[in-house]
Design a binder for this molecule. Structure first.
Ligand SMILES: N[C@@H](CCC(=O)N[C@@H](CS)C(=O)NCC(=O)O)C(=O)O
Length: 204
């Protein structure tokens, strides 16, 4: 059994999607960020950075417990533990990792920066616009890519799709106009949203 500590953010959803899609048994422990539940001594003992998501796999490698933070590390851990969604073929794997990193280290942090800038007491409009344009620019590139292939890294669903979908779902819920006019992204997102595991993972 795996314990998952998460909230309904893109990083939290990324970890939960990983667990659901990989079919790993887990228990969700919702963390209320507004109440500071990520800064308690118990939470900081799991992740000294005080950030969700965190998993504790009581049957980790070698049968020993493993505590793991970083949503993309959790995503890769689940993929490797289950043997799903991450090709072993060295010819196929780089494209998946490239797509994964774009989703995890470009899309989500840039949207995070946008969100912080836009939520400031006195938002600096050019900065807010800059981050908004950067996020949209990333999705415009995804739109062109998804015109040519079914999923982020080819014809199969991979960890990259789960990572991008977590970011997409968060943005779509918070700032839908950022994603308007991207038909191929919309087609892909519709397919991802129809997956039962994704539906379970995005209902907090
Ligand atoms: N790179 C980390 C980022 C984690 C992160 O930023 N978590 C946010 C929620 S999405 C958080 O816990 N924020 C609370 C804080 O930083 O005080 C990951 O991918 O897991």
């Amino acid at each position: 059994m795996i314990d998952l500590y998460a909230a309904a953010t893109s990083n939290g959803m990324r970890a939960r999607i990983a667990l659901e899609e990989c079919g790993l048994a887990y228990k969700l422990h919702p963390v209320d960020l507004a109440k500071g539940e990520h800064r308690t001594a118990a939470f900081l003992a799991m992740n000294p950075n005080g950030q969700i998501p965190v998993i504790v796999d009581h049957e980790g490698p070698g049968g020993r417990p493993l505590t793991l933070s970083q949503s993309s590390a959790i995503l890769l851990y689940c993929a490797e533990k289950s043997g799903k969604f991450l090709p072993k073929d060295p010819a196929a794997r780089p494209a998946v990792l490239q797509a994964l990193m774009n989703a995890s280290t470009d899309v989500t942090p840039l949207f995070g920066a946008y969100f912080i800038a836009a939520s400031a007491k006195e938002p600096h409009a050019p900065t807010v616009q800059l981050f908004k344009d950067r996020v949209r620019g990333l999705f415009q590139v995804w739109d062109a890519a998804l015109a040519k292939r079914k999923y982020c890294a080819g014809d199969e669903v991979t960890v990259a799709d789960f990572s991008l979908y977590a970011g997409y779902a968060r943005i779509k819920g918070a700032v839908p106009d950022m994603l308007e006019g991207l038909p191929n992204v919309a087609r892909w997102a519709g397919e991802m949203a129809a997956r039962p595991a994704i539906q379970r993972a995005t209902t907090f």
